[in-house]
Design a protein around this ligand. Structure first.
Ligand SMILES: NC(=O)c1ccc[n+]([C@@H]2O[C@H](COP(=O)([O-])OP(=O)(O)OC[C@H]3O[C@@H](n4cnc5c(N)ncnc54)[C@H](OP(=O)(O)O)[C@@H]3O)[C@@H](O)[C@H]2O)c1
Length: 359
């Protein structure tokens, strides 16, 4: 690989689950140099980011809670993984001329609303900076689905499913809104899941953009499965007959030639917190792309631990693999995002992004 002669200066925003993996990836690349870290937690300020991210060594980069100090380290790009997007904060980074690659609830930005989107666009243009959002899903999963369709003609429908056991993740802060363990038929639960998973509407929009289709409508359908016995998880207990499985399907629709509604893309999440559930759903333990066209296509993406991870296959290791496949799509996109025109970009605007081979 031929990278830039001078490495791109990269800072990270927080040192949570995703950034812990991003820092390892940045540290391993000669074309990226870690120069700063923003700490949301006051007690992390001044602590070396290597230690904060669980490495056994310092990286010579202390975290700071002061955004001016972070910007003073002159990052070209920030790997941004806060718990939730703060539009004003994000606009400040862009206006300062720093490109941002984020895993946080932002792919096209539509969910933020027109005012926030306009504010981010203006900040990016003013600062000459680029904003890009991805992750495994939403993000890379839609890219994979769209690319998969590239060997088929007359494509009618493209769907991608995340079909996974989330029993180790249900306690994560970003999963809180889903209401794992709520009672059967709890009023408003489906609506809460729809609101909590609204970023997948942006995933549908992205898939539509990649396939060159203008969607008329985006919808969500939520179905629950319930525990057939009490389920004891590391982070919580789900009682019998309470929610322990979710099927969350976001779909994109067009108006067909006869004026009728036609579903053309789907982004499905089948999440199981236990196998002892009713209905007895199963999961694929990965990602499934299905293309209806000529020919029809089915692609299953499996994620396997490395030998090193297998030697220490703890719950924490499995969790870290999930976070690695979230962090790498944005870390690997850094050079392309830095080279892109100012504004908010998606995979539909960038060249093919892959991962550099180990030197
Ligand atoms: N697209 C995908 O595939 C995908 C997958 C997983 C996650 N995500 C998204 O990626 C982002 C980061 O996920 P994560 O698992 O890394 O998050 P996390 O570790 O739970 O939290 C990230 C950081 O947020 C800060 N934080 C903690 N509590 C907070 C609070 N109450 N209010 C505001 N900030 C708080 C902390 O920053 P400090 O470390 O600085 O103290 C924490 O490290 C989330 O927005 C998540 O939804 C995307």
């Amino acid at each position: 690989m031929t990278g830039p002669a001078v490495p791109l200066r990269v800072a990270v925003w927080t040192t949570g689950n995703v950034v812990r993996q991003a820092v390892r990836a940045i540290d391993a690349r000669a074309d990226l140099e870690l120069v700063g870290a923003y700490a949301w937690s006051p007690d992390k300020a001044g602590v070396d980011v290597g230690r904060l991210c669980g490495l056994d060594r310092d990286l010579g980069v202390p975290a700071t809670g002061d955004v001016d100090e972070l910007l003073g380290r002159r990052p070209d790009v920030i790997v941004h993984s806060p718990l939730h997007v703060d539009v004003a904060e994000l606009a400040r980074l862009l206006r300062a001329g720093v490109d941002v690659v984020t895993t946080a609830e932002l792919v096209t930005g539509t969910n933020l609303g027109p005012d926030a989107l306009a504010e981010l666009r203006a900040a990016a243009v003013e600062g000459g900076a680029t904003l890009f959002g991805s992750g495994m899903n939403p993000g890379y999963a839609q890219l994979l689905a769209a690319v998969s369709a590239g060997i088929s003609a007359g494509v009618e429908h493209v769907g991608v499913s995340e079909s996974v056991d989330v029993s180790q993740f249900v306690g994560d802060a970003n999963f809180e809104a889903m209401g794992w363990g709520r009672p059967r038929d709890d009023a408003g639960h489906a609506e809460d899941v729809e609101a909590g998973s609204a970023v997948f509407a942006e995933a549908v929009e992205l898939l539509g953009r990649l396939l060159g289709v203008q969607l008329e409508d985006i919808r969500c359908e939520v179905t629950f499965a319930h525990a057939t016995e009490d389920v004891h998880l590391p982070s919580m207990v789900i009682e019998r007959d309470h929610v322990a499985g979710m099927d969350v399907v976001w779909t994109g629709h067009v108006v067909d030639g006869a004026g009728g509604d036609r579903e053309v893309v789907a982004v499905r999440q089948r999440w199981l917190a236990s196998t002892r559930i009713d209905p007895p759903w199963t999961v694929e333990h990965g990602y499934l792309v299905e293309v209806t066209g000529d020919p029809n296509l089915r692609l299953r993406l499996e994620i396997w631990p490395t030998e090193a991870d297998l030697a220490d296959l703890t719950v924490a290791t499995m969790h870290s693999i999930g976070m690695r496949i979230t962090a790498l799509p944005v870390v690997n996109a850094i050079p392309a995002v830095h080279a892109a025109a100012p504004g908010i970009v998606t995979y539909a605007d960038l060249p093919v992004i892959t991962s550099p081979l180990r030197p």
